[in-house]
Design a protein around this ligand. Structure first.
Ligand SMILES: NC(=O)c1ccc[n+]([C@@H]2O[C@H](COP(=O)([O-])OP(=O)(O)OC[C@H]3O[C@@H](n4cnc5c(N)ncnc54)[C@H](OP(=O)(O)O)[C@@H]3O)[C@@H](O)[C@H]2O)c1
Length: 392
Protein backbone atom coordinates (compact mmCIF):
# COMPACT_ATOMS: atom_id res chain seq x y z
CA UNK A 1 0.00 0.00 0.00
CA UNK A 2 1.37 3.41 -1.00
CA UNK A 3 1.14 6.28 1.43
CA UNK A 4 1.16 9.96 0.56
CA UNK A 5 2.65 12.69 2.73
CA UNK A 6 0.55 15.82 2.50
CA UNK A 7 0.71 19.46 3.52
CA UNK A 8 -2.77 20.63 4.39
CA UNK A 9 -4.50 23.88 5.28
CA UNK A 10 -4.85 24.08 9.06
CA UNK A 11 -6.11 27.64 9.38
CA UNK A 12 -6.78 30.60 7.13
CA UNK A 13 -3.94 33.10 7.29
CA UNK A 14 -4.58 36.76 7.81
CA UNK A 15 -1.54 38.74 6.78
CA UNK A 16 1.64 36.77 6.33
CA UNK A 17 1.38 32.99 6.36
CA UNK A 18 2.60 31.21 9.49
CA UNK A 19 3.73 27.64 10.10
CA UNK A 20 0.56 27.11 12.11
CA UNK A 21 -1.54 27.75 9.00
CA UNK A 22 -0.27 24.41 7.65
CA UNK A 23 -0.84 20.88 8.83
CA UNK A 24 0.70 17.65 7.65
CA UNK A 25 -0.39 14.07 7.60
CA UNK A 26 0.23 10.79 5.90
CA UNK A 27 -2.65 8.96 4.23
CA UNK A 28 -3.01 5.66 2.47
CA UNK A 29 -3.57 5.99 -1.25
CA UNK A 30 -6.82 4.20 -2.14
CA UNK A 31 -6.86 1.50 -4.88
CA UNK A 32 -7.12 3.06 -8.33
CA UNK A 33 -10.43 3.11 -10.20
CA UNK A 34 -10.76 2.93 -13.98
CA UNK A 35 -9.48 6.15 -15.54
CA UNK A 36 -7.21 7.02 -12.61
CA UNK A 37 -3.44 7.02 -12.33
CA UNK A 38 -1.06 7.57 -9.43
CA UNK A 39 1.42 10.40 -9.79
CA UNK A 40 4.63 10.37 -7.73
CA UNK A 41 5.12 14.10 -7.43
CA UNK A 42 8.59 15.41 -8.24
CA UNK A 43 8.03 19.16 -8.33
CA UNK A 44 5.44 21.54 -6.97
CA UNK A 45 4.81 25.01 -8.16
CA UNK A 46 4.85 27.61 -5.38
CA UNK A 47 2.72 30.31 -6.92
CA UNK A 48 1.59 33.65 -5.45
CA UNK A 49 -2.00 32.67 -6.16
CA UNK A 50 -1.79 29.94 -3.48
CA UNK A 51 -1.71 32.72 -0.90
CA UNK A 52 -5.13 33.85 -2.11
CA UNK A 53 -6.55 30.32 -2.29
CA UNK A 54 -5.65 29.83 1.38
CA UNK A 55 -7.73 32.76 2.55
CA UNK A 56 -10.53 33.70 0.19
CA UNK A 57 -12.59 32.80 -2.85
CA UNK A 58 -10.94 34.07 -6.02
CA UNK A 59 -11.41 32.69 -9.51
CA UNK A 60 -11.42 29.34 -7.69
CA UNK A 61 -13.06 28.56 -4.35
CA UNK A 62 -10.76 28.87 -1.34
CA UNK A 63 -9.09 25.68 -0.15
CA UNK A 64 -11.23 23.78 2.35
CA UNK A 65 -9.62 23.55 5.79
CA UNK A 66 -7.97 20.17 6.22
CA UNK A 67 -7.57 19.67 2.47
CA UNK A 68 -4.23 19.40 0.74
CA UNK A 69 -2.76 22.75 -0.38
CA UNK A 70 -3.84 23.22 -3.97
CA UNK A 71 -1.04 23.73 -6.47
CA UNK A 72 0.35 22.78 -9.82
CA UNK A 73 2.98 20.09 -9.89
CA UNK A 74 4.63 17.46 -12.02
CA UNK A 75 5.87 13.94 -11.59
CA UNK A 76 5.99 10.40 -12.87
CA UNK A 77 3.12 7.95 -13.21
CA UNK A 78 3.84 4.94 -10.99
CA UNK A 79 0.50 3.08 -11.29
CA UNK A 80 -2.15 3.50 -13.92
CA UNK A 81 -5.63 2.46 -14.98
CA UNK A 82 -5.67 5.19 -17.63
CA UNK A 83 -4.38 4.38 -21.13
CA UNK A 84 -3.48 8.01 -21.82
CA UNK A 85 -1.06 8.13 -18.89
CA UNK A 86 0.82 4.83 -18.70
CA UNK A 87 3.33 3.94 -16.00
CA UNK A 88 6.57 5.80 -16.57
CA UNK A 89 5.05 8.79 -18.32
CA UNK A 90 5.76 12.24 -16.96
CA UNK A 91 2.75 14.44 -16.30
CA UNK A 92 2.04 18.05 -15.37
CA UNK A 93 -1.18 18.77 -13.48
CA UNK A 94 -2.66 19.93 -10.21
CA UNK A 95 -1.62 17.31 -7.65
CA UNK A 96 -1.42 19.68 -4.69
CA UNK A 97 1.26 19.61 -2.03
CA UNK A 98 1.57 15.88 -1.55
CA UNK A 99 4.03 13.21 -2.48
CA UNK A 100 1.53 10.98 -4.31
CA UNK A 101 -1.68 12.06 -5.98
CA UNK A 102 -4.47 10.08 -7.63
CA UNK A 103 -5.28 11.92 -10.85
CA UNK A 104 -7.61 11.49 -13.79
CA UNK A 105 -6.02 14.01 -16.16
CA UNK A 106 -3.10 16.26 -16.84
CA UNK A 107 -0.68 17.17 -19.59
CA UNK A 108 1.93 14.66 -20.76
CA UNK A 109 5.38 16.24 -20.64
CA UNK A 110 7.15 15.69 -23.97
CA UNK A 111 10.60 14.15 -24.14
CA UNK A 112 13.30 16.79 -23.89
CA UNK A 113 11.25 19.05 -21.64
CA UNK A 114 12.37 19.09 -18.00
CA UNK A 115 9.98 19.19 -15.07
CA UNK A 116 11.13 22.72 -14.29
CA UNK A 117 10.38 23.85 -17.84
CA UNK A 118 7.00 22.12 -17.75
CA UNK A 119 6.13 24.10 -14.63
CA UNK A 120 7.48 27.39 -15.89
CA UNK A 121 8.05 28.42 -19.46
CA UNK A 122 5.84 25.69 -20.95
CA UNK A 123 3.31 25.92 -18.11
CA UNK A 124 1.07 28.53 -16.54
CA UNK A 125 3.87 31.05 -16.10
CA UNK A 126 4.92 31.17 -19.73
CA UNK A 127 1.34 31.08 -20.97
CA UNK A 128 0.41 33.98 -18.68
CA UNK A 129 3.24 36.13 -19.98
CA UNK A 130 2.39 35.19 -23.57
CA UNK A 131 -1.36 35.86 -23.37
CA UNK A 132 -0.95 39.09 -21.40
CA UNK A 133 1.27 40.51 -24.11
CA UNK A 134 -0.24 38.93 -27.23
CA UNK A 135 -3.88 39.61 -26.34
CA UNK A 136 -3.79 42.74 -24.18
CA UNK A 137 -0.44 44.54 -24.30
CA UNK A 138 0.12 44.07 -28.05
CA UNK A 139 3.31 46.16 -28.07
CA UNK A 140 4.39 47.62 -31.38
CA UNK A 141 8.04 48.03 -32.33
CA UNK A 142 9.52 51.08 -30.64
CA UNK A 143 6.81 51.38 -27.99
CA UNK A 144 7.72 51.52 -24.30
CA UNK A 145 6.66 48.54 -22.19
CA UNK A 146 6.96 48.49 -18.39
CA UNK A 147 6.91 45.18 -16.52
CA UNK A 148 6.63 44.97 -12.72
CA UNK A 149 7.68 41.85 -10.86
CA UNK A 150 10.24 41.82 -13.65
CA UNK A 151 12.54 39.26 -12.06
CA UNK A 152 9.67 36.93 -11.19
CA UNK A 153 8.53 33.99 -13.27
CA UNK A 154 5.87 35.74 -15.32
CA UNK A 155 7.60 39.13 -15.47
CA UNK A 156 10.97 37.81 -16.61
CA UNK A 157 9.33 36.02 -19.54
CA UNK A 158 6.90 38.87 -20.34
CA UNK A 159 9.75 41.36 -20.61
CA UNK A 160 11.69 39.12 -22.96
CA UNK A 161 8.65 38.55 -25.17
CA UNK A 162 8.11 42.30 -25.35
CA UNK A 163 11.74 42.67 -26.47
CA UNK A 164 11.18 40.00 -29.13
CA UNK A 165 8.18 42.04 -30.31
CA UNK A 166 10.50 45.00 -30.82
CA UNK A 167 9.55 47.14 -27.83
CA UNK A 168 11.74 49.11 -25.47
CA UNK A 169 11.34 47.33 -22.12
CA UNK A 170 11.72 48.72 -18.60
CA UNK A 171 11.56 46.34 -15.65
CA UNK A 172 10.72 47.06 -12.03
CA UNK A 173 12.30 44.74 -9.48
CA UNK A 174 13.31 44.69 -5.84
CA UNK A 175 17.10 44.44 -5.67
CA UNK A 176 20.23 45.51 -7.56
CA UNK A 177 20.98 41.86 -8.36
CA UNK A 178 17.56 41.33 -9.89
CA UNK A 179 17.84 44.53 -11.91
CA UNK A 180 21.28 43.53 -13.14
CA UNK A 181 19.95 40.11 -14.13
CA UNK A 182 17.02 41.39 -16.19
CA UNK A 183 19.14 44.01 -17.98
CA UNK A 184 22.44 42.22 -18.48
CA UNK A 185 21.20 38.68 -19.03
CA UNK A 186 17.60 39.00 -20.20
CA UNK A 187 18.11 42.07 -22.37
CA UNK A 188 15.69 44.55 -20.77
CA UNK A 189 16.64 48.12 -21.67
CA UNK A 190 16.58 49.38 -18.09
CA UNK A 191 15.30 48.39 -14.65
CA UNK A 192 14.07 50.35 -11.65
CA UNK A 193 15.03 49.00 -8.25
CA UNK A 194 11.92 50.15 -6.44
CA UNK A 195 13.50 49.59 -3.08
CA UNK A 196 16.37 51.94 -3.83
CA UNK A 197 14.58 54.54 -5.94
CA UNK A 198 11.15 56.11 -5.79
CA UNK A 199 9.20 54.20 -8.44
CA UNK A 200 7.58 57.37 -9.84
CA UNK A 201 10.96 59.05 -10.22
CA UNK A 202 12.34 55.89 -11.78
CA UNK A 203 9.53 55.77 -14.33
CA UNK A 204 10.05 59.43 -15.23
CA UNK A 205 13.77 58.76 -15.66
CA UNK A 206 13.45 55.62 -17.76
CA UNK A 207 10.28 56.44 -19.72
CA UNK A 208 10.74 60.06 -20.87
CA UNK A 209 8.30 59.51 -23.75
CA UNK A 210 5.62 57.92 -21.57
CA UNK A 211 4.39 54.34 -21.24
CA UNK A 212 2.50 52.50 -23.97
CA UNK A 213 2.08 49.08 -22.33
CA UNK A 214 2.18 48.07 -18.69
CA UNK A 215 2.31 44.41 -17.64
CA UNK A 216 1.14 44.66 -14.04
CA UNK A 217 2.11 41.93 -11.60
CA UNK A 218 2.04 43.95 -8.39
CA UNK A 219 -0.84 46.48 -8.35
CA UNK A 220 -0.79 49.11 -5.57
CA UNK A 221 1.28 52.26 -5.76
CA UNK A 222 3.32 51.04 -8.72
CA UNK A 223 0.16 50.81 -10.84
CA UNK A 224 -0.82 54.25 -9.61
CA UNK A 225 2.51 55.74 -10.68
CA UNK A 226 2.31 54.07 -14.10
CA UNK A 227 -1.21 55.44 -14.65
CA UNK A 228 0.00 59.02 -14.39
CA UNK A 229 2.59 58.41 -17.15
CA UNK A 230 0.62 56.48 -19.79
CA UNK A 231 0.43 57.59 -23.40
CA UNK A 232 -2.72 57.83 -25.51
CA UNK A 233 -4.24 54.39 -26.17
CA UNK A 234 -2.01 52.72 -23.59
CA UNK A 235 -2.76 49.08 -22.77
CA UNK A 236 -2.49 47.74 -19.22
CA UNK A 237 -2.57 43.98 -18.67
CA UNK A 238 -3.76 43.44 -15.10
CA UNK A 239 -2.10 40.12 -14.36
CA UNK A 240 -1.55 40.19 -10.61
CA UNK A 241 -1.47 42.41 -7.53
CA UNK A 242 1.07 40.68 -5.35
CA UNK A 243 1.68 43.78 -3.23
CA UNK A 244 -1.81 43.31 -1.84
CA UNK A 245 -2.09 39.56 -1.28
CA UNK A 246 -1.13 39.72 2.41
CA UNK A 247 -3.37 42.67 3.08
CA UNK A 248 -6.35 41.90 5.26
CA UNK A 249 -8.36 44.85 3.95
CA UNK A 250 -8.98 45.94 0.36
CA UNK A 251 -6.58 48.63 -0.84
CA UNK A 252 -8.06 51.89 -2.13
CA UNK A 253 -8.23 52.22 -5.90
CA UNK A 254 -5.40 54.04 -7.67
CA UNK A 255 -5.85 57.80 -7.40
CA UNK A 256 -4.50 58.27 -10.93
CA UNK A 257 -7.04 55.93 -12.52
CA UNK A 258 -8.88 58.98 -13.85
CA UNK A 259 -5.99 59.53 -16.28
CA UNK A 260 -7.15 56.44 -18.17
CA UNK A 261 -10.06 58.51 -19.52
CA UNK A 262 -8.23 61.32 -21.35
CA UNK A 263 -5.54 58.85 -22.42
CA UNK A 264 -8.25 56.45 -23.81
CA UNK A 265 -6.39 53.63 -22.08
CA UNK A 266 -7.40 49.99 -21.89
CA UNK A 267 -7.09 48.21 -18.54
CA UNK A 268 -7.91 44.52 -18.80
CA UNK A 269 -7.69 41.82 -16.19
CA UNK A 270 -7.28 38.20 -17.22
CA UNK A 271 -7.18 34.76 -15.66
CA UNK A 272 -5.05 32.28 -17.48
CA UNK A 273 -7.42 29.36 -16.89
CA UNK A 274 -9.67 30.99 -19.52
CA UNK A 275 -6.88 30.70 -22.09
CA UNK A 276 -5.68 27.12 -21.79
CA UNK A 277 -6.59 26.56 -25.43
CA UNK A 278 -3.61 28.79 -26.28
CA UNK A 279 -1.13 26.52 -24.46
CA UNK A 280 0.11 24.68 -27.55
CA UNK A 281 0.56 27.90 -29.52
CA UNK A 282 2.44 29.53 -26.61
CA UNK A 283 4.66 26.50 -26.05
CA UNK A 284 5.54 26.39 -29.72
CA UNK A 285 6.52 30.06 -29.69
CA UNK A 286 8.52 29.70 -26.46
CA UNK A 287 10.33 26.63 -27.76
CA UNK A 288 11.28 28.44 -30.95
CA UNK A 289 12.52 31.54 -29.10
CA UNK A 290 14.51 29.39 -26.69
CA UNK A 291 16.09 27.46 -29.56
CA UNK A 292 17.00 30.76 -31.20
CA UNK A 293 18.60 31.97 -27.97
CA UNK A 294 16.13 34.85 -27.65
CA UNK A 295 14.35 33.63 -24.52
CA UNK A 296 16.10 32.62 -21.33
CA UNK A 297 14.43 30.91 -18.44
CA UNK A 298 16.26 30.77 -15.20
CA UNK A 299 15.69 27.73 -13.03
CA UNK A 300 17.10 26.87 -9.68
CA UNK A 301 16.43 23.86 -7.56
CA UNK A 302 15.09 24.57 -4.16
CA UNK A 303 14.42 21.50 -2.12
CA UNK A 304 12.20 21.83 0.85
CA UNK A 305 11.38 19.61 3.75
CA UNK A 306 7.90 18.36 3.20
CA UNK A 307 6.78 19.86 6.48
CA UNK A 308 4.61 22.75 7.58
CA UNK A 309 7.62 24.78 8.73
CA UNK A 310 9.06 24.66 5.24
CA UNK A 311 5.70 25.25 3.59
CA UNK A 312 5.54 28.54 5.40
CA UNK A 313 9.02 29.36 4.19
CA UNK A 314 8.14 28.49 0.61
CA UNK A 315 5.18 30.83 0.47
CA UNK A 316 6.99 33.59 2.30
CA UNK A 317 10.00 33.34 0.03
CA UNK A 318 7.75 34.36 -2.82
CA UNK A 319 6.04 37.04 -0.84
CA UNK A 320 9.34 38.32 0.49
CA UNK A 321 10.91 38.39 -2.90
CA UNK A 322 13.97 36.37 -2.04
CA UNK A 323 14.12 34.48 -5.32
CA UNK A 324 14.26 35.65 -8.88
CA UNK A 325 12.68 33.82 -11.77
CA UNK A 326 9.82 31.45 -11.48
CA UNK A 327 9.06 29.63 -8.28
CA UNK A 328 9.23 25.91 -8.06
CA UNK A 329 10.02 23.56 -5.23
CA UNK A 330 11.29 20.10 -5.70
CA UNK A 331 9.37 17.65 -3.63
CA UNK A 332 11.51 14.84 -3.71
CA UNK A 333 14.10 12.54 -4.80
CA UNK A 334 16.04 15.52 -5.75
CA UNK A 335 19.68 16.05 -5.76
CA UNK A 336 19.66 19.03 -8.05
CA UNK A 337 15.97 19.30 -8.66
CA UNK A 338 15.35 22.80 -9.69
CA UNK A 339 12.42 25.01 -9.62
CA UNK A 340 11.93 27.87 -11.76
CA UNK A 341 13.26 30.47 -9.58
CA UNK A 342 10.19 30.93 -7.68
CA UNK A 343 8.43 27.91 -6.63
CA UNK A 344 8.33 24.20 -6.48
CA UNK A 345 8.59 21.95 -3.48
CA UNK A 346 10.56 18.74 -3.25
CA UNK A 347 8.77 15.98 -1.45
CA UNK A 348 10.76 12.80 -1.67
CA UNK A 349 14.01 11.59 -0.21
CA UNK A 350 14.48 14.68 1.90
CA UNK A 351 17.69 15.31 3.80
CA UNK A 352 18.61 16.76 7.10
CA UNK A 353 19.59 20.36 7.17
CA UNK A 354 23.09 20.72 8.61
CA UNK A 355 22.28 24.16 9.93
CA UNK A 356 19.06 23.42 11.74
CA UNK A 357 18.82 19.65 12.13
CA UNK A 358 16.07 20.13 14.63
CA UNK A 359 13.76 21.12 11.85
CA UNK A 360 14.69 18.21 9.72
CA UNK A 361 14.74 17.61 6.08
CA UNK A 362 15.71 19.87 3.27
CA UNK A 363 17.06 19.20 -0.17
CA UNK A 364 20.59 19.88 -1.25
CA UNK A 365 19.63 23.10 -2.94
CA UNK A 366 18.52 24.50 0.38
CA UNK A 367 21.68 23.31 2.02
CA UNK A 368 23.60 25.39 -0.44
CA UNK A 369 21.34 28.39 -0.25
CA UNK A 370 21.65 31.12 2.32
CA UNK A 371 17.96 31.82 2.46
CA UNK A 372 16.35 30.99 5.79
CA UNK A 373 14.14 27.98 5.35
CA UNK A 374 12.78 27.01 8.71
CA UNK A 375 10.91 28.83 11.45
CA UNK A 376 13.86 28.93 13.77
CA UNK A 377 15.89 30.86 11.24
CA UNK A 378 12.95 32.78 9.92
CA UNK A 379 12.15 34.04 13.39
CA UNK A 380 15.43 35.93 13.56
CA UNK A 381 15.22 39.70 13.31
CA UNK A 382 14.55 40.98 9.81
CA UNK A 383 17.95 42.64 9.64
CA UNK A 384 19.71 39.36 10.31
CA UNK A 385 17.58 37.62 7.73
CA UNK A 386 18.28 40.31 5.19
CA UNK A 387 22.00 39.94 5.72
CA UNK A 388 21.77 36.25 4.87
CA UNK A 389 19.34 36.58 2.07
CA UNK A 390 20.13 35.46 -1.45
CA UNK A 391 18.05 37.53 -3.76
CA UNK A 392 18.83 35.78 -6.97
N1 LIG B 1 -3.77 36.38 -14.08
C1 LIG B 1 -3.33 35.13 -14.05
O1 LIG B 1 -3.94 34.21 -14.54
C2 LIG B 1 -2.00 34.89 -13.39
C3 LIG B 1 -1.29 33.69 -13.62
C4 LIG B 1 -0.04 33.53 -13.00
C5 LIG B 1 0.43 34.53 -12.17
N2 LIG B 1 -0.33 35.64 -11.96
C6 LIG B 1 0.15 36.74 -11.11
O2 LIG B 1 1.32 37.23 -11.71
C7 LIG B 1 2.15 37.79 -10.70
C8 LIG B 1 3.54 37.22 -10.86
O3 LIG B 1 3.47 35.81 -10.67
P1 LIG B 1 4.79 34.94 -10.76
O4 LIG B 1 4.36 33.56 -10.97
O5 LIG B 1 5.74 35.56 -11.70
O6 LIG B 1 5.34 35.14 -9.29
P2 LIG B 1 6.80 35.10 -8.76
O7 LIG B 1 7.71 34.38 -9.66
O8 LIG B 1 6.66 34.66 -7.36
O9 LIG B 1 7.28 36.63 -8.81
C9 LIG B 1 6.58 37.62 -8.15
C10 LIG B 1 7.47 38.83 -7.96
O10 LIG B 1 6.70 39.84 -7.35
C11 LIG B 1 7.55 40.66 -6.61
N3 LIG B 1 6.86 41.08 -5.38
C12 LIG B 1 6.50 40.33 -4.33
N4 LIG B 1 5.90 41.09 -3.39
C13 LIG B 1 5.87 42.34 -3.88
C14 LIG B 1 5.38 43.58 -3.39
N5 LIG B 1 4.79 43.67 -2.19
N6 LIG B 1 5.53 44.68 -4.17
C15 LIG B 1 6.13 44.60 -5.37
N7 LIG B 1 6.61 43.45 -5.88
C16 LIG B 1 6.48 42.35 -5.15
C17 LIG B 1 8.80 39.85 -6.30
O11 LIG B 1 9.91 40.46 -6.91
P3 LIG B 1 10.69 41.76 -6.30
O12 LIG B 1 11.71 41.29 -5.32
O13 LIG B 1 11.29 42.29 -7.50
O14 LIG B 1 9.67 42.61 -5.65
C18 LIG B 1 8.61 38.54 -7.02
O15 LIG B 1 9.74 38.16 -7.75
C19 LIG B 1 1.50 37.48 -9.37
O16 LIG B 1 0.78 38.60 -8.94
C20 LIG B 1 0.55 36.34 -9.71
O17 LIG B 1 -0.53 36.29 -8.83
C21 LIG B 1 -1.51 35.83 -12.56
Amino acid sequence: MTTSRRITLASRPTGQVQTTDFGSDEVEVPPLQDGEFLLAVEYLSIDPTIRGWMSYDTYLPKIVKGDVIRSAGAGEVVESRNDRFPVGSRVFGMPGWQTHAVQTGGVAIPDGVTYEQALSVFGITGLTAYVGLEDIGKPKPGETVVVSGAAGGVGSIAGQIAKIMGARVIGIAGSPEKCRWVVEELGFDDCIDYRAEDVGAGLSRTCPDGIDVYFDNVGGETLNQVLSRINDHARIALCGAISQYDSGTPAPGPANLINAIPRRALLKGFIILDHMDRAAEASQAMGKWMAEGRLQVRTRARGSGFRPECAEGSVQRRQHRQDAGAGVASVGRGESRSLRVGRAVDARAPRRCPRCPRWGAVGRANREATTPHCPRRASRPASARAARRTRL
